[in-house]
Ligand binder design. Structure first.
Ligand SMILES: NC(=O)C1=CN([C@@H]2O[C@H](COP(=O)(O)OP(=O)(O)OC[C@H]3O[C@@H](n4cnc5c(N)ncnc54)[C@H](OP(=O)(O)O)[C@@H]3O)[C@@H](O)[C@H]2O)C=CC1
Ligand SMILES: N[C@@H](CCC(=O)N[C@@H](CSC=O)C(=O)NCC(=O)O)C(=O)O
Length: 876
């Protein structure tokens, strides 16, 4: 284990003070000492006792601490002298230890163990009476010897129950406390006999487990007592036969004798009392801790009972949540319909439902799976998840489709039989399951390893896409200023770990994108080698800085990495399968690009972005050369782009104004220009290419010329390129003054066959300087007249208009002018108007106020109401 003997920094929910929300912190977890075990916690449930201590009622409660005691996980490492468990074992941490040596354990009369209780009650470990948890040196107390609200925890070896690795950890975590307590209260403590009458006060998880235990013990009547009558319905499924709500009665309704078992934990100072006469006349008072079960011995036995379906567990789980939602999970505790909330401590959830959904999806969209099914005569069913989200998407047609596709050989499993789905899935052969895993994200497919031993390594056989997607972390690094020094090695380790485990010989697609600079060149070189060895078809490497631009010390892909000089392992035909190559903020020189163009005869799409060393790109005609799309973007020192290849369909460029000799590109029909020189490039396109008039699609991004006011000033005099065949025009502009509209309008005018027009408007919302400059750019009378003239025309073929970032809060003329497009286009059928900023609309950091957006939407709607044409209008 790479982490063995090391301090692990991980996430944990820390209770800093009683009753204050738990805070997700980066916590240091020290390695286990002698007789200790460090466990990677995967799932934890919440028990009322956690809430009791968090609420400050526990006399043993110490703060700050990490709560949690009903969980399951995998042993990460063990301390000296630990023999009964080892790294990789699936375990349930037990708040009630079992040393099998102390006076109590040997007595045979109690399940309470004396070996470590003094330390667990004091929030420390027995060895040195210190905590293994700390935050920047400040110790954080343990809780109940378990502290499972942490991705890693350290427990005494006498508190670890090793369980069957086939058991789903997201379910059997409940066997760490609530369910055994209820069952054991009946079986071990009260020792209910057949025919007995059992009354249960409180129908939460423990109470329902009591009902289940009572039913299985043969009780003749099981009376549930709760202040919420709605619970009776659920309770019936667990064995409750009658129900009493104390609120419906003003005096006792039952007298008699028998055995009372106290389970509930009460705050310090709270007492129960009775007249001795009550006991004298045959009533018995007992209590139970963990249902009297011997933890290390009997928890594995309970797990087996669950696997054999002899006891319920799944039925107690009402919510699946994530670590970040732990405070919400506490609040839910007080909701009537809530039993156990299981929190995924590491990452999110992947359940069999996800797999079922994925299975159906790929069955419906991929022929290969249906062929696969056809070939396998033995396999005679298809699983149909009739889960509501799916139903909303595909409705009843999915059923028809499946029945049609697989005729009668496909019995469909309906929702009412959903409980047998896991069983059916487990019958699917591995190759089908792997095929299905290809449709999950890398994280989700890796998470299936937790489902059971069978699933453990299946994900390592996926041959579709390995996408190391860390966009969320990148976003946090950007806005929350999350530390790069911490996140970079974590990302690199993740990629290395996954690649180390990956066993499929081939891989369709590899995508790696993170803020990594050249100090990670050894790792990245290995990833490039991995791509070559796995014969990837699509390789996407991106190493942008925090703000999406170049790093000061960018990763440099050296030609020697590709030519066997460093690793010596690559075959001479390395990358011969490559069809798509996207190198973004990877420093490559001319030799590297030439290598890919020369060696990769299957290359169809090539994009080089943000390389400081690229000077010249030459694509020449040669037999069997298939390149269809080429993009050279943000390479500041580029001097020559020389192209002569008949297959080229699409070309994109963003960089200095250079000569681009294009020859023999008869199929070129799509061009993109971006960056500071967009307008100049477009205007000079005829002399640069000579091919401009044959373009069908033109995309111009003029948004980065924000400070280049000369363009705006010259807007009235600008020439537009010849666009006689253009069908689709996409523009991005920095919309800071009315003149911005002129050039696009002239382009629309110059494109008589234009079908679809799309415009993204960027606004610089917070830059006061820009507001000030706006004043300087206010139009004079003459300019306003020219502006109106510029939009005074009609266009016959435009059918579809999309306006993104349409916000009128900055500029009154612009809104009106853009809406005029709807009038200009006489054949218009569809308009989409999105008032949000095109780049920020998905971001929580949107700095345009909601009222402003609402105002803009309202304005659009008013306009639409005035408009009489029968067009389809979507306002976002
Ligand atoms: N001895 C041991 O080994 C263990 C003890 N415990 C203790 O057992 C108790 C139950 O735990 P758990 O099942 O997790 O908790 P739950 O919250 O799931 O269940 C408690 C149930 O009792 C109901 N209730 C509350 N007040 C009353 C009342 N006055 N009369 C009747 N019913 C009432 C609650 O209703 P509502 O939801 O409406 O509030 C809830 O349904 C807790 O005190 C917990 O600390 C737990 C595990 C082990
Ligand atoms: N620390 C509290 C008592 C808490 C308590 O009673 N705990 C139960 C388990 S509750 C589980 O959810 C228990 O079994 N205690 C036995 C033990 O050894 O801790 C207090 O001081 O009142």
């Amino acid at each position: 284990m790479a982490t063995q003997g090391q301090v692990i920094t991980c996430k944990a929910a820390v209770a800093w003070e009683p009753n204050k929300p738990l805070v997700i912190e980066d916590v240091q977890v020290a390695p286990p000492q002698a007789g200790e075990v460090r466990i990677k916690i995967l799932f934890t449930a919440l028990c009322h006792t956690d809430a009791y201590t968090w609420g400050g009622k526990d006399p043993e409660g110490l703060f700050p601490c990490i709560l949690g005691h009903e969980a399951a996980g995998i042993v990460e490492s063990v301390g000296e002298g630990v023999t009964e468990v080892q790294a990789g074992d699936h375990v349930i941490p037990c708040y009630q230890a079992e040393c099998r040596e102390c006076k109590f354990c040997k007595s045979g009369k109690t399940n309470l163990c004396g070996k470590v209780r003094v330390a667990t009650g004091a929030g420390v470990m027995m060895n040195d009476r210190q905590s293994r948890f700390s935050i920047n040196g400040k110790p954080i107390f343990h809780f109940m010897g378990t502290s499972t609200f942490s991705q890693y925890t350290v427990v005494h070896d006498v508190s670890v129950a090793k369980i069957n690795p086939q058991a789903p950890l997201d379910k059997v975590c409940l066997l760490g406390c609530g369910v055994p307590t209820g069952l054991g209260a009946v079986w071990n403590t009260a020792k209910v006999e057949p025919g007995s009458i059992v009354a249960i006060f409180g129908l939460g998880t423990v109470g329902l487990a009591v009902a289940e235990g009572a039913k299985s013990a043969g009780a003749s009547r099981v009376i549930g007592i709760d202040i919420d009558s709605k619970k009776y319905d659920t309770a019936k499924h667990f064995g409750v036969t009658e129900f009493v709500n104390p609120k419906d009665h003003d005096k006792p309704i039952q007298q008699g004798w028998g055995t009372s078992v106290i389970v509930g934990v009460a705050a310090s100072g709270q007492e129960i009392s009775t007249r001795p006469f009550q006991l004298v006349t045959g009533r018995v008072w007992k209590g139970t801790a963990f249902g009297g079960f011997k933890s290390r011995t009997q928890v594995p036995w309970l797990v087996e009972k669950y696997l054999k379906k002899e006891i319920k567990v799944d039925e107690y789980i009402t919510h699946n949540m994530k670590l970040g939602e732990i405070n919400e999970a506490f609040h839910l505790m007080h909701e009537g319909g809530c039993l156990r909330r299981v929190v995924a401590i590491l990452g999110g959830w992947v359940s069999l439902d996800t797999i079922q959904r994925s299975l159906l999806w790929c069955a419906m969209t991929r022929n290969e799976l249906s062929e696969f099914y056809r070939c396998r005569r033995g396999l005679k069913f298809i699983l149909v998840p009739s889960l509501s989200p799916f139903r909303t998407i595909i409705g009843g047609r999915a059923w028809m489709f499946l029945v049609e596709r697989w005729k009668c050989s496909v019995p469909v499993v309906r929702q009412s039989q959903a409980h047998i789905l896991p069983h059916l899935i487990s019958k699917l052969p591995d190759d089908i399951l792997v095929l299905v895993l290809n449709f999950l994200s890398l994280r989700d497919s890796a998470r299936t390893s937790l489902l059971s031993r069978r699933w453990k390594n299946l994900w390592t056989l996926i041959s579709g896409t390995l996408e190391f997607d860390a966009s969320k972390t990148m976003e946090d690094m950007r806005w929350l200023r999350k530390e790069r020094s911490f996140e970079r090695p974590r990302y690199a380790n993740w990629v290395n770990r996954v690649m180390g485990k990956h066993r499929s010989l081939k891989l369709e697609e590899l995508k790696i994108c993170f803020d990594l600079d050249n100090s990670y060149c050894l790792d990245i070189n290995k990833w490039v080698e991995f791509a070559a060895v796995k014969e990837v078809k699509k390789l996407d490497l991106g190493f942008p800085g925090r703000w999406g631009g170049m790093l000061r010390n960018p990763y440099c892909l050296h030609i020697s990495v590709l030519c066997n000089k460093i690793w010596g392992k690559l075959r001479s035909d390395a990358f011969c399968s490559l069809t798509d190559l996207n190198l973004s903020f990877v420093d490559v020189n001319d030799d590297v690009v030439e290598y890919f163009l020369d060696k990769c005869h299957n290359l169809v799409n090539l994009c080089i972005k943000g390389s400081n060393s690229l000077i010249k790109v030459e694509v020449s005609e040669c037999e069997g050369f298939n390149l269809k799309s080429l993009k050279i973007l943000e390479c500041p020192l580029i001097k020559v782009v020389k192209i002569s290849t008949p297959n080229l369909v699409s070309f994109g460029y963003d960089g200095p104004l250079i000569d681009m000799p294009f020859n023999k590109v008869p199929n070129l029909s799509e061009v993109y220009f971006g960056g500071n020189n967009t307008i100049s490039l477009a205007n000079r396109s005829k002399e640069l290419f000579g091919y401009f008039s044959m373009l069908k699609i033109l995309k111009l991004d003029m948004s980065s010329s924000v400070y280049n006011f000369n363009h705006v000033a010259r807007a009235f005099d600008t020439q537009v390129p010849e666009l006689s065949n253009l069908e689709q025009l996409e523009l991005s502009i920095m919309a800071y003054c009315d003149q911005c509209i002129i050039w696009p309008c002239l382009m629309i005018k110059a494109a008589p066959l234009l079908h679809r027009f799309s415009m993204k408007m960027m606004f610089k919302c917070t830059d006061q300087d820009l507001y000030d400059r706006d004043d300087q750019l206010l139009l004079n009378e003459d300019q306003i007249r020219k502006l109106r003239e510029a939009v005074l025309f009609t266009h016959q073929s435009v059918k579809e208009v999309e306006l993104y970032g349409f916000s009128d809060h900055r500029n009154i003329h612009m809104a009106e002018l853009w809406l005029r497009l709807v009038d200009i286009a006489v054949s218009l059928e569809k308009v989409t108007i999105d008032v949000r900023h095109p780049c920020l609309k998905e971001s929580p950091w949107l700095n345009v106020k909601t009222q402003e957006l609402d105002k803009a939407r309202e304005r659009v709607r008013l306009f639409v109401q005035k408009h009489s044409k029968p067009i389809d209008i979507l306002v976002l």
